[in-house]
Design a binder for this molecule. Structure first.
Ligand code: SF4
Length: 370
């Protein structure tokens, strides 16, 4: 695939065979869990070592070998490393909340979150391939208490069956692609059999953190459940590797539209040039930049948050300077739904004209009699 030619690849350790490295189950079994595991890929700093120990009981530290191999071994400020390796700054956030979106209050049945009338997020799984330090659901991911037993999945399915206004179901978690093909096929088949469920969506970071999970067999199975969409989560252009490109290519060839939902993170992607490179790299892979989320007031994440005004200016600076469909909608999720965070290009009305602002800041009067 031509778009993948200029991309970097993961760095497979010499003592791992190519077959093992590309086997997603091997990757899951050999995940980095301790400072000494991490030291195979990077030189952990004192702060990282202390934070891994101090945060062990609060939010799991796990990284796939694939993603660990993308980290800069010597730079603790590497934008990928900051996403997955704990820092003591996580302990210094007095304002952060455990559940800023009040998802528990919007849950009619375990792990179903309903904010809108016609669609739900269904947290089918509490496991991820790795745990992002800014995760909105850090209160539940990796925590056994939130594991969905078969009986609980059945109860959630029963609730969807008796709620006819639900036309759009987002399977999320955790990460639904951590499920085996068989388990996911069963769940998608159950949902497909519900006449009022029109759209199925998978929210997954595995194309980014474990792209080998996107096998041909998985894609053949997903194809049977159309219309099915995938929302993935690239945050930085360095995550756009050959392997990630191949995973996205397999999905799109299976007819799955792939969209990207990033989070605006300080020191990682809050720079217009970095965001532009990410968005343009995504569209080269046929992945549509869909949303960029404002980081929530979430416990342990003060060091990631960006002032909203800066985020608005960042996305305004991209307007007119790259393809329109390469610019995601910058949004804040609230307990009452998403709020777009945008600069207003409409200055107001003057008589029969509406005064508009162009992307270069000039004014344009559009005749528009009432
Ligand atoms: S992959 Fe998604 S759900 Fe899992 S830890 Fe990262 S942000 Fe959270």
């Amino acid at each position: 695939m031509s778009a993948a030619r200029a991309l970097p690849s993961s760095r497979r350790p010499a003592d791992v065979s190519p077959e093992d490295w590309q086997d997603w189950t091997w990757q899951m079994r050999h995940r980095v869990r301790t400072t000494s595991d991490l030291a195979r890929f990077v030189e952990p700093t004192q702060d990282e070592t202390r934070a891994i120990a101090a945060l062990a009981s609060r939010f799991r530290f796990v990284i796939t070998p694939y993603y660990a191999s993308l980290l800069d071994p010597r730079d603790p400020d590497c934008p990928l490393r900051r996403q997955v390796v704990p820092r003591s700054a996580e302990l210094e956030d007095a304002a952060g909340l455990a559940d800023p979106l009040d998802e528990v209050a919007h849950s009619p049945v375990k792990n179903v979150i309903r904010v809108y009338h016609d669609r739900i997020a269904f947290c089918v799984n509490n496991e991820c391939a790795l745990y992002c330090r800014f995760c909105l659901r850090k209160r539940m991911v990796g925590d056994e208490e939130w594991t969905m037993k078969r009986r609980e999945l059945e109860e959630a399915l029963a609730w969807i069956r008796r709620t006819p206004e639900i036309r759009d179901v987002l399977l999320t978690g955790g990460d639904p692609l951590v499920f085996s093909d068989e388990r996911l096929d069963w769940l998608l088949s159950e949902l497909r059999a519900i006449p009022h469920v029109e759209i199925l969506r998978l929210g997954t970071r595995l194309p980014v953190t474990l792209p080998f999970r996107v096998t041909d067999a998985l894609c053949r199975m997903l194809e049977r459940h159309h219309p099915l969409w995938v929302h993935t989560h690239f945050n930085h252009p360095r995550e756009l590797t050959v392997e990630a490109a191949e995973a996205c290519d397999r999905l799109t060839r299976a007819g799955v539209p792939v969209g990207n939902q990033s989070v605006l993170l300080r020191g990682i992607n809050d720079d217009p040039a970095v965001m532009k490179e990410l968005c343009e790299g995504l569209v080269r892979l046929r992945v549509r930049p869909y949303y960029c989320y404002q980081a929530q007031l979430l416990e342990g994440t003060a060091h990631f948050r960006v002032p909203i005004e800066r985020g608005i200016e960042l996305f305004r600076s991209l307007r007119g300077r790259t393809s329109g469909f390469a610019i995601p909608l910058y949004v804040l999720d609230t307990p009452h739904g998403k709020v777009p965070l945008t600069h207003s290009y409409v200055r107001g009305r003057e008589g029969d004209d509406v005064v508009l602002e162009t992307y270069e800041g000039a004014l344009w009067r559009e005749p528009n009699p009432l």
